[in-house]
Design a protein. Structure first.
Ligand code: NAD
Length: 322
């Protein structure tokens, strides 16, 4: 069994690959993994067990058709994480998001069609649905993305769906809520706040902090992706929720406590343009069809994550700008 994983020098993909190589996914203990990653600012080779006998690392762009034609043959599945992933960067720089997330996904789908790849798991996000005041999104909810990041991810979902319908490619799409975990770049909310507080620096809270996100431990997310790869149905979309809805204010409060700090360390900054108020997923489908259930509570997970950043400044200090 050979699997090609894109974007796995980043946060979530690297967790997936480390877990697979550690034998964490039943039936895949002997799987050979090829990671294809462009190593943008978000890609970090320290996230991967380079030198592992079942890991091959290829540095390259998912838009490079010749590179894909060279490397895809022989792989049974693609798990596609590669993307520009930070909403804030997409506001002034949407072009790179459209390039990588939309055109890059289309390039990879094309290459998959021309190879013997059997299954293509496309990793997407709840942000494609927009913002919801009450209730929760099911998979058939209309796509109403608000940021250029979310719009580019929605575009990638649609092109992936089109390849399934038009060409009969076995594409499965996952849409998950906000992930947290170790090895996440310190530009994202939780690691930004933790690394700032551990460095004695203040943290920037957007607006009044009432935006609600549903937090999902990266390990639960990756297990869900593996369930979709092994048991999901071709052409289907699966929401993956974490079940813990929290305002950014409550998350901030918890991080302050865990880092022995108080509200004097919080700076209220002007809200993000078009900031979605609330995300909430209905993930009944993956729970009933594939037996998915999150294993991590936010309380246990966040303690573990803060401890990891405390113990691993060597990992994050080079990534932090002054
Ligand atoms: P990340 O930014 O940490 O990692 C992205 C990786 O993709 C990096 O290693 C980068 O070098 C690589 N990459 C970027 N452009 C590339 C290109 N053109 N060719 C090859 N590689 C390229 O992202 P993440 O947080 O690990 O997210 C992974 C996936 O999960 C993304 O598709 C993202 O949209 C999705 N997602 C993330 C979250 C979250 O909370 N982080 C939530 C929902 C969905």
């Amino acid at each position: 069994m050979k699997i090609l994983v894109t974007g796995a020098a980043g946060f979530i993909g690297s967790h997936y690959v480390r877990t697979m190589l550690d034998g964490g996914y039943p039936g895949y203990e002997d799987a050979e993994v090829t990671v294809l990653d462009k190593l943008t600012y978000a890609g970090n080779l320290n996230n991967l067990p380079i030198g592992h006998p079942r890991l091959t690392f290829v540095e390259g762009d998912i838009l490079d058709a010749a590179l894909l034609a060279d490397h895809l043959p022989g792989h049974e599945a693609i798990v596609h994480f590669a993307a520009e992933s930070h909403v804030d960067r997409s506001l002034p720089g949407a072009a790179e998001f459209v390039r990588t997330n939309v055109l890059g996904t289309q390039s990879l789908l094309d290459a998959a069609l021309r190879s013997d790849v059997q299954t293509f798991v496309h990793v997407s996000t709840d942000e494609v649905y927009g913002s919801i005041e009450e209730g929760a999104w099911t998979e058939d909810w209309p796509l109403q993305p608000n940021s250029p990041y979310a719009a580019a991810k929605a575009g990638s979902d649609l092109i992936a769906r089109a390849y399934a319908r038009t060409h009969g490619l076995d594409v499965r799409i996952t849409r998950c809520s906000n992930n947290y975990g170790t090895h996440q770049h310190p530009e994202k909310l939780i690691p930004l706040f933790v690394t700032n507080l551990l460095s004695g620096k203040p943290v920037p809270l957007y607006g009044d902090g009432r935006n609600v996100r549903e937090w999902l431990h990266v390990d639960d997310h990756c297990r869900a992706i593996q369930l979709v790869l092994t048991g999901g149905r071709p052409g289907e979309i699966y929401n993956v929720g974490g079940g813990t809805e929290l305002t950014n204010r409550v998350v901030t409060e918890r991080l302050l406590e865990l880092c022995d700090a108080d509200w004097s360390m919080v700076r209220h900054v002007e809200d993000r343009k078009g900031h979605d108020l609330r995300y909430a997923l209905d993930d009944t489908k993956i729970r009933t069809e594939l037996g998915y259930e999150p294993r991590w509570t936010f309380e246990t997970g966040i303690r573990d994550v803060v401890a990891w950043y405390r113990d691993n400044p060597v990992w994050w200090k080079p990534l932090v700008t002054a």
